[in-house]
Design a protein. Structure first.
Length: 274
């Protein structure tokens, strides 16, 4: 097991993101006996998956010892109901890793005993296939060792970026946290448009999915090339791609629409604070 991984974790919330993190941790070599998940509402499929992996699942924190890391992966709206029971899980050497959208370090601290060490992070759903990206920020009491442990846990599901200003996390949420949904919608729209010009719908969707996958892989494998450069590389003057981009890059085209969408997501993240 890598040195930076913790000896004990309590995971609060074992939904899609919680399970994605679990899979990543186990793949790194973390002993499933080190992990306890709290999720009274987990469905049968989720329960079966945790049992198969050897991860203990309980309905609440009663009787649990404070872990090295308390990971919060519930919906942000559930924090108030869960907080009072979680305080007992915060020991002298416990730190909190929160992936709750919108909930600031100060929001968490005020509900969880006032001053625990807290790392706030925002991963995204490609974590389920080990291709996520997380941005994270540390609270004032987080040690370097705790930061390294948080990095190892987040790194198990993809890349990790650290920011110095917590105010940036809402913007991160709007770009990469919510971003996969924008890409999935793009694939939906491409497939629907393909069907409109005569493609069989199933073929149109296969083409759209493969195109999004391939373009994303090209972005990943060519990190020194700007996205704009890759776009220009595929655009022949007066060709078919140029004709399409004339529409997408018009004054009321894709760019202002994405700006409004990201602004709306960032605004909603801010509304979830408190």
């Amino acid at each position: 097991m890598p040195d930076k991984l913790p000896s004990s974790i309590v995971l609060v919330g074992a939904g899609k993101m919680g399970q994605a993190m679990l899979v990543g941790w186990l793949a790194l070599g973390l002993d499933p006996a080190c992990i306890t998940a709290i999720d009274p509402g987990l469905d049968n499929a989720g329960r079966a998956r945790l049992a198969k992996e050897g991860v203990r699942l309980v309905a609440g924190p009663k009787g649990l010892a404070p872990p090295q890391v308390l990971v919060l992966a519930i919906k942000p709206q559930m924090l108030d109901a869960a907080a009072s029971g979680l305080i007992q899980l915060i020991g002298n050497t416990t730190f909190i890793l929160s992936i709750l959208a919108g909930k600031r370090i100060s929001d968490l601290a005020s509900r969880l005993g006032g001053s625990p060490p807290i790392v706030r992070a925002m991963p995204n759903t490609p974590a389920a296939v080990g291709r996520g990206i997380s941005a994270a920020v540390t609270g004032p009491k987080v040690t370097e060792a705790q930061r390294e442990t948080a990095h190892a846990l987040l790194g198990a599901i993809g890349r990790v970026e650290w920011v110095d200003n917590e105010a940036l996390i809402d913007a991160v949420t709007a770009v990469s946290g919510s971003g996969p949904a924008y890409v999935f919608l793009l694939a939906e729209c491409m497939a629907a448009a393909g069907a409109e010009v005569g493609l069989p719908p199933d073929l149109a969707m296969r083409l759209a999915r493969a195109t999004v996958e391939g373009a994303g892989e090209l972005l990943f494998r060519e990190p020194d090339l700007e996205a704009a450069t890759l776009r220009r590389n595929v655009t022949s003057p007066a060709g078919t791609t140029a004709a399409a981009l004339d529409v997408l890059m018009a004054e009321e085209g894709l760019a202002p629409l994405i700006k409004r969408a990201v602004a709306a997501a960032a605004r909603r993240a801010g509304e979830l604070a408190g």
